[in-house]
Design a protein around this ligand. Structure first.
Ligand SMILES: *[C@@H]1O[C@H](CO)[C@@H](O)[C@H](O)[C@H]1NC(C)=O
Ligand SMILES: *[C@@H]1O[C@H](CO)[C@@H](O)[C@H](O)[C@H]1NC(C)=O
Ligand SMILES: *[C@@H]1O[C@H](CO)[C@@H](O)[C@H](O)[C@H]1NC(C)=O
Ligand SMILES: *[C@@H]1O[C@H](CO)[C@@H](O)[C@H](O)[C@H]1NC(C)=O
Ligand SMILES: *[C@@H]1O[C@H](CO)[C@@H](O)[C@H](O)[C@H]1NC(C)=O
Ligand SMILES: *[C@@H]1O[C@H](CO)[C@@H](O)[C@H](O)[C@H]1NC(C)=O
Ligand SMILES: *[C@@H]1O[C@H](CO)[C@@H](O)[C@H](O)[C@H]1NC(C)=O
Length: 917
């Protein structure tokens, strides 16, 4: 019995365990000089001598080899130790010490065409660490495209290890990736890509590829080298295999050419030699291999046997047996024509492949064999990245010259996506769902390619050197949950599409020239798509009046402490969002039991504030969504049914500028409302300096808050029928979300009102509201309309301009309303003298004038002269446009900013000082 199989050095070594033989083998290969013929072409070949610093043409084959710079951007060049550097091509290599996944991208290749891909690895103790030994081999994994190819296992520093695959190109490039699996630093010496005609290797298809286990030229003259290009125009490597003890080598001088339709096209020189049993009386050739030697788990083995008849007018008939079963019978080789007996489907899987070729008995001539190939078939991993996502991230890589090993498919292999990229694999193609390019030295503007990732949830571009404005298109990314643009040098206005986006945690701090801007700089129109639905929802039953009275009564009882504060008392709350406050809130509309409330608030452990109706506590729902639980004062059970109906209606009102009511609790005398939690507290907190945040530090940001709140109120007034009047509009009822979106709170507790039929509140003393904000017309006549909210909102605008509370202590120590105070000051002084000194950034005085003018009209005594909330929203937007135009001007224009901000900095802040001016 004869062992057989020398497809590559590794197999050779395993079978012979004789170093001497191996050395001889290598040396022979090097000294052999092939005849370079000219009729074949290396067109389409990609031949990379990894780690080499020069391009050159290989003497033996005439194939030009190039450096690897154009194909990879990772790793370091190294050379094998001197004692191993006898082969010039295998002297240099590239190693990848720092990355888990390092790739080469081979291109151009023709999509859907077949190819041969071969990697050669020679360790040669290049790192001086003596890493390779049979006891502890140096190992890493090899992938091509999405497919696991083989584990490279280096057991010997002097050998080279070759791996070959036959496949179909899925795209116009093929990637080869080396993955560090923790058993040593990946490296590669030579990488070769050879196109194959489609007719060849029919087992290779769009779903299946072949890993080459052996390719043997049987019976060549002694001391022959491997046959390859140009004898084989496809540069397959045919290893010589001879066993003079068992077989006799026979040769012919005639050439044995294949037709171009041949599936295998063995080179003539390979077919010109064959082996036959040396013992003339023997009529059987036997050989075997243990397939586990190839280290592959795939169990589909394909075998090709090549035959040709050297003697004219002979009829040799052969039977081929595999593991004692007949595999092919009564075959007669053709005269000087290459024949191949091959699998059309895989062989029956087996540990050991034991072959016998004998004469079938129809003739007395012994068997012959000219060449042999053995393959393991594997199925293609069809996983790819969505083309749009892949194109976009490649465009980004090119544009910013991203310094990472971003080569090959971004999402595959699945376990090793690109560094900083995460994908979702629920579908094929896979989608990119997160990109982290923080601190990656990106410069230039934010590419619109970032808006092409339709499934992206997380985008971190913080701490780069990005300039220019933020593309509006980012706001259209429907899945985006976290956007971090902190620490860049962005300018212009934040697109309203982003500011208005629900459930987005958006960080943009430390962009000194960014105008927080908002709703109108893009001139975008608001939509009221769900007006109709809400109108239905808002139809409040008649009994609601009773409820309203109940609430009014509660308010009056608590008038003395009518500040509503949900915010945490922690003054140093940082600006950067780092948890998921704005992750999608469940539209709960849910009834909580008191026990549940105890649990979600951890027994009412953390009080956020005390509102007009009772204390507010912080809590967490199961999914870590933060909530604010507002406890209502006890009351009789009278009207409970109506109260429940009203609350259920309110849970259905959703607008981005209204604090959502998620549910309620009503158990005996225990009443509570459960709201979405607003981590940035109230506008009042920011204006009074309780929170020193970025929210109110520029006029544009303040305008933005005003616009948000105004939109919330406009919605209550117009989307509901009958309109919902808030009745208690004040800066402590304007809450700020994590990304500083203003939302109106407590709206549900106001009374429904029919505009066409002004109703008198029966109890004349039941005026609702907070001193300084109350519409004087309402307090004198008890006539309430939406215009009462407009009045209160005018006061908020004045608070934003002046930074003063709604009731101001004037010089003579009498308290006067802020409205009066502003009117008095403006009658004799310049507007500059009423502007809040805490407005640190420069601002456009025309923009402020416009807002003050609007506030004064909102606070007219006659409600008919006050604008509607829709008008207020429009004019605030115009004011913001002025401000944005101005701040964009100074961002590029230069010195104006400095002058203004310096002027403010030298004066000590005077806000809230009693008797100021
Ligand atoms: C080698 O050839 C490639 C492809 O033609 C080219 O991109 C590269 O710059 C060349 N390298 C050197 C060192 O000349
Ligand atoms: C790999 O990391 C080491 C240590 O962190 C560093 O010195 C070296 O420059 C890195 N090499 C490459 C190619 O990035
Ligand atoms: C050929 O070999 C097979 C298996 O070894 C054996 O069963 C068969 O008898 C042989 N045939 C001849 C004609 O020697
Ligand atoms: C990507 O996924 C890894 C592993 O699941 C995780 O550790 C990492 O934080 C994710 N990165 C991003 C940017 O989401
Ligand atoms: C950022 O870009 C500016 C202008 O192009 C340049 O002057 C500066 O050096 C860059 N900073 C960094 C950290 O790359
Ligand atoms: C930001 O950009 C401006 C010009 O656009 C430049 O003058 C300034 O140096 C940049 N700042 C930083 C920190 O790169
Ligand atoms: C960017 O913001 C997100 C969300 O707030 C946060 O998770 C991430 O750590 C931030 N990135 C950096 C570099 O601070």
């Amino acid at each position: 019995m004869l062992a057989m199989g020398i497809s590559n050095a590794r197999i050779f070594f395993l079978f012979y365990s004789s170093k001497m033989l191996f050395w001889l083998f290598l040396l022979l290969e090097i000294i052999a000089v092939a005849k370079v013929r000219s009729q074949t072409s290396t067109q389409g070949f990609i031949s990379i001598d990894c780690g080499s610093s020069t391009n050159y043409t290989d003497d033996t084959t005439g194939i030009p080899y190039v450096t690897d710079y154009p194909f990879t951007d990772d790793g370091v060049n190294s050379q094998v130790a001197f004692e191993y550097s006898w082969s010039s091509q295998l002297t240099t290599l590239r190693s990848f010490p720092n990355a888990t996944r390092s790739c080469y991208a081979l291109k151009p290749v023709i999509k859907s065409s077949k190819y041969l891909l071969r990697g050669t690895f020679k360790y040669g103790n290049y790192d001086g660490l003596n890493r390779a030994s049979t006891v502890k081999p140096l190992q890493f994994d090899l992938y091509f495209d999405a497919n696991f190819w083989q584990t490279v296992s280096i057991t010997d520093p002097s050998s080279y290890f070759r791996y070959e695959v036959l496949a179909v190109a899925m795209a116009d490039s093929v990637s080869v990736c080396l993955v560090n699996t923790g058993s040593g630093t990946p490296f590669i010496s030579v990488l070769e890509f050879r196109p194959l005609p489609d007719v060849m290797y029919p087992a290779v298809s769009a779903t299946q590829f072949l890993i080459t286990n052996m390719r043997l030229n049987i019976g060549p003259p002694l001391n022959s080298a491997s046959v390859r290009y140009p004898d084989d125009p496809y540069d397959r490597l045919w290893k010589p295999w001879t066993d003079s003890d068992a077989f006799t080598e026979i040769t012919t001088a005639e050439s044995i050419e294949s037709s171009t339709n041949d599936h295998f096209q063995p080179p003539s020189i390979v077919m010109q030699s064959a082996a036959t049993p040396s013992d003339d009386s023997s009529t059987v050739m036997e050989f075997w291999w243990d397939h586990s030697f190839f280290g592959l788990t795939g169990d589909s083995v394909y075998v090709n046997f090549f035959f040709t008849e050297f003697t004219p007018n002979t009829a040799r008939t052969l039977n081929i047996y595999l593991n004692a079963g007949i595999w092919y019978s009564n075959y007669t080789p053709s005269y000087l024509t290459p024949d191949c007996i091959y699998n059309t489907g895989p062989n029956v899987p087996s540990e050991e492949y034991h072959w016998a070729i004998n004469s079938s008995g129809l003739s007395n001539l012994p068997p012959i064999l000219n060449a042999e190939e053995v393959f393991t078939a594997m199925q293609f991993n069809p996983l790819v990245t969505n083309t749009d996502d892949a194109d976009a991230i490649n465009a980004i890589k090119e544009l910013y010259r991203v310094k990472r090993s971003w080569i090959g498919d971004p999402c595959v292999p699945q376990q090793y996506p690109w560094d900083g990229v995460n994908c979702s694999y629920g579908t094929n193609p896979a989608r990119i769902i997160s990109i982290n390019l923080s601190s990656s030295a990106l410069s230039g503007s934010i590419s619109s390619s970032f808006a092409m990732f339709a499934a992206i949830k997380y985008l971190d571009l913080s701490y780069n050197n990005l300039t220019g404005s933020i593309p509006d298109a980012l706001g259209a990314l429907s899945s985006l949950q976290i956007l971090n643009l902190t620490g860049n040098n962005l300018t212009g206005t934040i697109p309203s599409s982003l500011l208005q986006k629900q459930n987005l945690v958006f960080s943009h701090g430390s962009n000194p020239n960014l105008c927080p801007g908002g709703t109108s700089c893009g001139g975008e129109k608001k939509k009221h798509s769900s007006v109709a639905i809400i109108a239905v929802v808002c139809v409040v039953s008649v009994v609601l009046l009773i409820v309203a009275i109940f609430i009014v009564w509660t308010v009056i009882k608590k008038r003395g402490t009518s500040m509503t504060t949900y915010s945490e008392q922690n003054v140093a709350q940082p600006m950067i969002e780092n948890n998921a406050q704005e992750s999608p809130l469940p539209i709960e509309n849910r009834v909580f039991t008191y026990k549940e409330l105890e649990r979600v608030t951890n027994y009412f452990k953390k009080q956020l504030g005390k509102g007009g109706f009772g204390p507010v506590f912080h809590g967490y729902l199961k999914n870590d969504v933060q909530i604010a639980v507002k406890m209502l004062s006890q009351s009789s059970s009278q009207g409970m049914k109506e109260f429940r109906a009203e609350i259920q209606n309110l849970t259905r009102i959703h607008h981005k500028n209204l604090v959502s009511l998620l549910g309620y609790c009503m158990e005996g005398d225990k009443l509570a409302l459960v709201y979405e939690y607003m981590p940035q507290g109230t506008l009042q907190d920011h204006l009074t300096g309780k929170f020193h945040s970025e929210a109110t530090y520029s006029w544009a940001r303040r305008l933005n808050i005003a616009i948000g709140a105004a939109q919330g109120l406009e919605y209550l007034h117009t989307a509901c029928n009958p309109p919902l009047i808030h009745r208690d509009v004040k800066s402590s009822n304007i809450l700020l979300s994590e990304s500083l979106v203003a939302k109106v709170a407590d709206f549900g507790l106001s009374k429904s009102f029919n505009m066409d039929n002004h109703t008198h509140i029966p109890n004349a003393s039941a005026v609702v509201g907070t001193p300084g904000y109350i519409d004087p017309e309402y307090s004198s006549s008890n006539q309430i309309s939406e215009k009462s909210d407009v009045y209160s909102f005018g006061v908020i605008i004045l608070e934003l301009v002046t930074g003063r509370p709604p009731v101001v202590r004037a010089m003579n120590s009498n308290a006067i309303s802020l409205v009066q105070w502003v009117r008095q000051r403006l009658a004799k002084e310049d507007i500059e003298n009423i502007i809040d000194r805490n407005l640190r950034m420069g601002h456009d005085i025309n923009s402020i004038w416009k807002a003050v003018d609007l506030a004064l009209r909102c606070t007219e005594l006659d409600h008919r002269q006050r604008p509607t909330m829709a008008r207020v929203v429009k004019e605030l937007n115009e004011s913001l446009e002025l401000e944005c135009a101005y701040s964009e001007g100074f961002t590029t224009g230069g010195s104006q900013t400095d002058t203004i901000s310096v002027a403010f900095e030298v004066e000590p802040p005077s806000f809230f000082a009693p008797g100021a001016r």
